[in-house]
Design a protein around this ligand. Structure first.
Ligand code: FDA
Length: 307
């Protein structure tokens, strides 16, 4: 029951100011967002890749309000890619981007977001890696898929995310399960109305399995974005049935969540990519992590009162 309340708070400016200013917040935030600058994050990238993990990097930020912020977001990714180029990790470290951070919600936002994200995709390709477009709330998705299609004309390896909780996603998955595509399937992290999305966990899980089957039986490259042990076991079974080799799909999990499982899957020979977020504008990302698990919220509140 708390999840929807926290998700509503994740869009509130008042709550953003309150929570961001609380002195203890930082310690809890660090578990999910382990740095604010490229200098903070480079040692983490080196450490995780040395352990056999792959990464997808998210410079946190979303729902910006000026074109200058969108340009700053683009530049933050370009700075990161410049550092990654020097580490020579190629596709072991890719980028995840939220188009709302590139100006998608501003006037003329579709064109602005495309203009800002294109140089990031170009720079990633120049160092031998790629970009995946995150999925945000359902009102943004037609624009996200159109940008994805446009970018794929020049950079076919550009990935995108689909969310199992949305009714539209089964059709999106059928369209996207084509040769050369890279698609991350997640349950979905936003507060969505009953007109467009399943509300019950068991319905979302069932949809996840149906969509995963479409991706596994298709021609593309499925990226399984989940920490759910049941879904991970089902994914392995579906991959086996579809005759996929270990390098023909990958698992993805978030930094700070089920870290032992990251290492276990990698040790079994799976491609395991850790979604690693960093930066200063962490509020929205952090609140979605609290909403996913009530225990995170209890821990956060306890640390506030014990100070
Ligand atoms: P579920 O929520 O059922 O969790 C299964 C188990 O995992 C829990 O029982 C718990 O043990 C652990 N767990 C899950 N979340 C936790 C948390 N926050 N803290 C501690 N433990 C937790 N969403 C979206 O809408 N757009 C996107 O682009 C993305 N991108 C994305 C990338 C990657 C790599 C991942 C893994 C996830 C996303 N998501 C996302 C988030 C996704 O939609 C979803 O909210 C979370 O993954 C939680 O769902 P699970 O599938 O993990 O299952």
């Amino acid at each position: 029951m708390l999840g929807p309340v926290i998700l509503a708070a994740s869009r509130s400016d008042r709550m953003r100011r309150l929570i961001s200013a609380a002195p203890v917040t930082k310690q809890v935030v660090d578990r999910f967002i382990p740095g604010e600058t490229v200098a903070d994050i480079v040692p983490i990238i080196k450490d995780l890749t040395a352990k056999g993990l792959e990464l997808t990097m998210d410079v946190v930020g979303e729902d910006i309000t000026t074109p200058e912020q969108a340009t700053a977001a683009r530049d933050a990714y370009l700075e990161l890619i410049d550092h990654l180029g020097r580490l020579e990790l190629g596709e072991r470290v890719e980028m995840s981007v939220k188009l709302s951070m590139f100006g998608q919600a501003l006037p003329g936002g579709h064109e602005l977001a495309l203009a800002n994200v294109r140089p990031v995709v170009e720079a990633a390709a120049a160092i031998g890696t790629t970009v995946t477009l995150d999925a945000e709330d359902h009102t943004t998705l037609d624009s996200m898929f159109a940008i994805h299609e446009e970018l794929r004309k020049d950079f076919p390896q550009t990935g995108c995310v689909i969310q199992a909780y949305l009714f539209r996603t089964e059709a999106d998955a059928r369209r996207l399960a084509e040769s050369g595509s890279r698609v991350r399937l997640v349950k979905g992290a936003y507060k969505e109305p009953a007109e467009v999305a399943y509300q019950q966990k068991h319905e979302i899980d069932k949809a996840y399995v149906r969509i995963l089957r479409t991706l596994m039986e298709g021609e593309g490259y499925p990226m399984i974005g989940s920490h759910d042990p049941r879904l991970i076991a089902i994914a392995q079974e579906l991959a086996h049935k579809a005759g996929r080799k270990l390098d023909e799909y990958e698992f993805q999990m978030l930094y700070g969540i089920r870290s032992d499982e990251h290492l276990r899957l990698a040790a079994e020979g799976h491609r395991m990519r850790v979604y690693t977020a960093y930066g200063t504008d962490w509020y929205g990302y952090f609140m979605r992590r609290l909403a996913e698990k009530p225990a995170n919220l209890r821990f956060f509140l306890r640390s506030m009162v014990s100070k």
